[in-house]
Write a protein of this length. Structure first.
Length: 309
């Protein structure tokens, strides 16, 4: 059985505040069909793909709730599930989830080619701030609108390999990849919405694309896995979002990269067997890791500096 998986990164351009779900789903369907035409077996859509990145606004609760999905699929999103199944293509989709008991998560699902939901992941690392900060040109209120995901990173057998999910800010934390790496992950889907302007330290703005590639590539190489990073980019709600979606191999090399700031499909043939070359050699975890030396990583949260002499 070939383990060369054809994977499409389906980058999105902006979704505006009033864009209706049906219109957004139609855009996703266009990319799904394009990707299927190119032979894709898995199509990766970004974080919060169905709506604008609403944490940039301080909204009242009634409006916030309009951005959340109460069911998946819903009447508006079912055409995506139906078409994917008809085409025999799987997909990854990020969205804001409102659970029946009232919890709110930044969520992503992976759906197999037969329509089965393989996994639902709820974002663990929520960036930004809890309360509006009027000094900022725009807000980043993920910590107001979402609860952190209550379940750890989990890898699953799917798409002839082992697949995991992380969401946007998760990609900046090495623990994300390592926890999936320890489960033998071979392909990680990561959707993102990354404002280029970082108000707490604008000096970082010019490095947004560099840092994006840095963390995705390091996570791929150090854990011997494919990583598919997919943006919702372009100027959305007046805020420039990073695009630069990319598919990265276990060598850390970018093998496919988006070149626009709009809806764009890029495809790569991801040989999942390539992961083994790295997992059995330089990153043979069982042989070389020293977990007995890593205790502070799980017992300590912030920095503890050495005491003064
Ligand atoms: N969506 C998301 O997690 N975005 C963050 C923005 C930077 S922190 C305010 C990211 O890590 O890309």
């Amino acid at each position: 059985m070939s383990r060369v998986l054809a994977v499409a990164a389906a980058q999105m351009g902006p979704v505006e505040r009033d864009d209706e779900r049906a219109v957004v789903v139609e855009r996703l369907l266009v990319m799904l069909r394009d990707a299927a035409g190119l032979g894709a077996e898995l199509v990766v859509f970004p974080e919060l793909a169905l709506t604008s990145f609403f944490p940039r606004w301080d909204l009242d609760d009634d409006e916030v709730l309009t951005f959340f999905e109460r069911e998946m699929p819903s009447p508006e999103t079912k055409p995506l599930f139906d078409e994917a199944r008809r085409l025999g293509v799987g997909f990854h989709l990020g969205y804001a989830e409102l659970t029946p008991d009232g919890h709110r998560y930044n969520t992503a699902i992976v759906v197999e080619r037969d329509g089965r939901v393989v996994t639902k992941y709820r974002k663990i690392h929520l960036p930004g701030h809890e309360h509006p900060e009027p000094w900022r040109p725009f807000q980043h209120l993920e910590r107001k609108y979402f609860e952190p995901g209550p379940e750890p990173f989990r890898a699953h057998r799917a798409f002839r390999g082992i697949v995991g999910v992380a969401i946007c800010n998760d990609r900046r934390w090495p623990e994300t990849y390592r926890l999936l790496g320890l489960q033998g992950v071979e392909l990680i889907c990561i959707g993102y919405n990354t404002p280029v302007h970082y108000a707490p330290d604008p000096g970082q703005d010019r490095l947004a694309a560099f840092h994006n590639n840095l963390v995705l590539a390091a996570g791929a190489y150090q854990n011997a896995t494919w990583v598919v990073g997919v943006a919702k980019g372009g100027v959305e709600g007046g805020v420039e979002g990073l695009s630069d979606s990319q598919i990265i191999g276990p060598s850390g090399e970018v093998v496919a990269r988006a070149t626009t700031g709009d809806d764009e499909v890029v495809l790569a043939a991801c040989d999942l067997d390539l992961c083994a070359s790295y997992k059995r050699t330089v990153f043979d975890f069982d042989r070389y890791r020293r977990p007995e030396m890593y205790a502070p990583i799980v017992s300590q949260r912030g920095v503890v500096e050495p005491s003064e002499p």
